[in-house]
Write a protein that binds this ligand. Sequence first.
Ligand SMILES: Nc1ncnc2c1ncn2[C@@H]1O[C@H](COP(=O)(O)OP(=O)(O)OP(=O)(O)O)[C@@H](O)[C@H]1O
Length: 397
Amino acid sequence: MSIAIYNPVCGNGTSKSFLEEEVIPLLDRAHKPTPKIIATERPGHAGEVVKEALETTEGEVVVILGSGDGTFHEIINFLSSSELKGRRAGATLSKLYFALVPCGTANALFSSFFPPLTPESSNETTYKLQSVQSFIDAKSAIPLTLAISTLSSSPEKHAHPKAVVSAVVVSTCLHAAILNDSESLRQEIPGIERFKVAAHNNIAKWYSGHAKLLPAAKVGVVEVYDPLMKSFEPYSDGEDDVVDVYGPFAYFLSTVNVDRLEPSFRITPLVKDITPVEATCDLVMIRPLRDPSLSWDSSETRQAFKPKLMKALQEAYNNGNHVNLTYNDKGEIVDRGDGPPVVEYIRCGGWEWVPDDVDGSAHLLCSDGFMSTIEKGGRAVCTAATPKEDAGFMVYA
Ligand SMILES: Nc1ncnc2c1ncn2[C@@H]1O[C@H](COP(=O)(O)OP(=O)(O)OP(=O)(O)O)[C@@H](O)[C@H]1O
């Protein structure tokens, strides 16, 4: 059976009309049964609706989802943490299929599977109907890799860690600050411009903490992209497979499944350009003190680094060219020079983020736009996981 769910408040609020005027007629023309259509009534509702659909039917369920990434995130988290009853009582969740209709603000998942030819084409009707068309054409759906983040409090508290499942992005530092602030700008600036405004307000911050990078199971080592070789290389030739990296950090963001967070912002382009061989996180770190012209953290050096960080991130809009930027010996940013890369582009099985207690802003964690706060003395551990053969979240792409 199929069910159509839309979030009436996502993006610019046109999901209902797009579903009724474009998606349902397309299914009708293809002689597909008309799905039951349900509007989400509140945050969290989408997960309940899908769970009920699973519990009241047998066989394959296809969700036609008119929303952004946040609603998708709610569904996978709700299902990952609840037990099915009814017709599937006691059963573990088998495959669940999605045809995505990009009605959100950023639509990272959809635009990674269906990269727009031009920024404008992401608003065209035929562009937005591609995943539904793949479902109609019975194309094979793609299983998603999931990033499982566990947030632990300080060991003295003996509290259970909290788990969050993501299908797009897990971040801290600048990206988490942007997502945190941009929510309050939603009414005022409904489009992706609100992310730029929030970025501008946070660009001069640095974050204190340290990270451990964990190798992926098959490859066995943490890898880093070498822009000159155009390939991934082992991060270190030390004996320990776990790599420790120390701050301050300006940017720390990892993705699964996606090479972009908005139609043109290709922050992890190598997800598509050098496809991973197993479930991995592609992690982008920017650590300002790698800049040869800076040697300590002060308000002056933070200001001096601001235009460089902006330049590096701006290049992500240039087909992900930030991964090729290097410093020269004066600390200027050049394309594929022989100095250190500005961006450390890591491929790993997961990572651990330990924020410094004194830096409150380093405690924010963003999972697909959903914000969490790491407690004082706590940490977040994120690992990439592939679903079992007969289970998982599948997307028509
Ligand atoms: N009826 C509703 N009223 C208020 N909020 C809702 C309702 N239904 C869903 N939501 C919330 O809307 C939020 C935003 O949805 P979603 O993330 O899908 O869109 P978006 O933020 O515009 O797009 P994107 O995540 O791609 O940038 C979700 O976190 C969800 O909890």
